[in-house]
Design a protein around this ligand. Structure first.
Ligand code: SF4
Length: 504
């Protein structure tokens, strides 16, 4: 338990966010008077003075006392700017105090709740020089130089892959969500339903999806829209039959305009147990550019523990099959911090990856999302310490660099182990355009199907409107006609300013 006294402010939310960088689910009590003597005690005081906000932090624990003082100059004198300065002063002071107390350095500083790469892109596209942008990230967020260097490398890479990234809002991308999987993985919070126990929902869902593709296609054709990328995700899209997959591609090609100019078409085939020669041949016939086959780990016991009912051998076998059938741009996902896994298991997984050398490798850090089976039964799953997770991340970063993989996207999540990040690496020229679009939020993403979340953005506005489709097949099947109509009406409003019927 941590007791906190706030003097001169009430930035409890900000304090909670910083403390969560150091402790998992910290219990925080904001108090006027100290009570339990065994708790960590923190006093955070601020006062406005002529040269800026003066902040002081004091930490008491087990008879040990630490202090930190800091002055943050004002950047503006209006109410909003002064509040921002005060907030930053408190966050910064607390961060420094906690780093001193715990010995843990936070590479991302006080940056929470915004994608670091998106922030850097925003600064650069607004005309700031690289040096100015870096200075600002250090001054406002205390991002450490090694993270800045990683950020800049990723941003440079993205601009090489999509040179028109800052004008790409004239086009849009499409996400198609198919919410079925062979079984549900223990860490999963995606809309994914075990297909065998939902067979009755599959056909009605596909009927709705065909309808949504057709109606969306009419809108796209009417406005002569260009599509940057199309991504089939879910769930695992390859959970449906080869014939069903084929029919979806027929509808897609008949409905969407300019299909020959789409820069990238990806299908997630994440679960090796869904891949068959027939499905691979359908994808090859329809010119799918990229697929993913996700091992997550090459340790069989881990796969078993997380509820993935396939073998390590099957992953390798399906990878070779896809390569032989001409689907050579394959992404593989690995997760750091799966139950009972440490450095040795990661080394083992990387040795296995080395034998395959997929076009891209995405390294996730396990995130304890509230809705997952793993989070709800946390005591059943033993995960590595923060320090070991950090070492595993470092190993992945060194290994990818040594093997020619370059980082090209990065994102952080809440409750991610060790406050680390997920990084997408690719061999040169094998980066996923869709991943860049979704991460950097630079254009409309039209989400079709179950659990798909559209992010609508009028060209030039930079303002995103989130538009979620229902997560479960039953609601989707009952409402798809109405939802398509409402979504297209909102799109009209956002793009051309007519009637609006937004949903929350
Ligand atoms: S394969 Fe992916 S979408 Fe399906 S249950 Fe596992 S984590 Fe969820």
């Amino acid at each position: 338990m941590i007791q906190v006294k706030c003097e001169g402010h009430s930035f409890e939310r900000e304090i909670g966010l910083i403390l969560a960088l150091f402790y998992e689910d910290p219990e925080i009590a904001y108090v006027q008077e100290w009570n339990n003597p065994d708790d960590i005690r923190l006093v955070l005081t601020i006062s406005e003075q002529s040269d800026g906000v003066h902040a002081r932090g004091e930490l008491l624990s087990n008879g040990q006392k630490m202090t930190y003082s800091y002055v943050r100059p004002f950047v503006g004198r209006d109410e909003k700017a002064m509040r921002k300065t005060a907030k930053q002063a408190v966050s910064y002071t607390l961060l420094m105090l906690m780093e001193k107390f715990t010995g843990i350095e936070q590479g991302w500083g006080i940056l929470t709740g915004i994608r670091p790469t998106k922030l850097l892109h925003q600064l650069l596209s607004s005309g700031k020089s690289r040096e100015e942008a870096h200075e600002l990230l250090i001054r406002d967020y205390m991002v450490r130089p090694y993270k800045l260097e990683l950020l800049q490398r990723i941003v440079d890479r993205q601009l090489l892959v999509v040179p028109d990234l800052y004008q790409i809002d004239r086009e849009l991308s499409v996400y198609i969500g198919i919410p079925f999987c062979p079984t549900k993985c223990a860490y999963c919070t995606f809309p994914a339903y075990a297909i065998r126990s939902h067979t009755a929902s599959v056909n009605p869902f596909l009927e709705g999806l065909h309808y949504e593709i057709e109606k969306t296609g009419e809108w796209l054709k009417r406005h002569d829209m260009r599509i940057t990328s199309i991504y089939f995700g879910g769930g695992t899209p390859t959970s449906i039959t080869a014939d069903d997959l084929d029919r979806l591609f027929v509808t897609l090609h008949q409905s969407f305009p300019n299909m020959d100019q789409v820069r990238e078409l990806t299908v997630e085939a994440g679960r090796p147990d869904t891949i068959t020669p027939e499905k691979l041949s359908v994808m090859k016939r329809w010119n799918v550019d990229r697929i993913s086959i996700n091992p997550q780990s090459f340790t069989q016991e881990t796969l078993h523990a997380i509820g993935r009912h396939h073998t390590v051998e099957e992953t390798i076998e399906k990878y070779h099959l896809a390569m032989e059938m001409g689907l050579t741009n394959i992404n593989m996902d690995l997760i750091i911090g799966l139950p009972n896994e440490g450095l040795a298991e990661l080394e083992h997984s990387l040795e296995a990856v080395e034998k395959l050398m997929p076009a891209s490798l995405t390294v996730h850090t396990l995130s304890f999302k509230r809705a997952s089976e793993m989070t709800q039964n946390k005591e059943r799953y033993k995960v590595a310490s923060r320090e070991e997770i950090r070492q595993m991340m470092d190993l992945a970063s060194r290994w990818t660099a040594q093997h020619g993989y370059l980082p090209y996207y990065l994102y952080r999540q809440k409750n991610i182990l060790g406050n680390l990040e997920n990084v997408g690496y690719a061999l040169q020229g094998q980066e996923s355009i869709y991943n860049i679009m979704i991460m950097e939020e630079v254009q409309t993403i039209l989400g079709l199907g179950c659990g798909a979340v559209s992010k609508l953005m009028a060209p030039g506005s930079g303002k995103l409107t989130r538009w979620p489709n229902p997560k479960d097949p039953k609601t989707y099947n009952e409402t798809y006609k109405q939802l398509v109509e409402e979504k297209l009406r909102d799109l009209d409003q956002i793009y051309f300013g007519s009637t609006f019927a937004s949903r929350s």
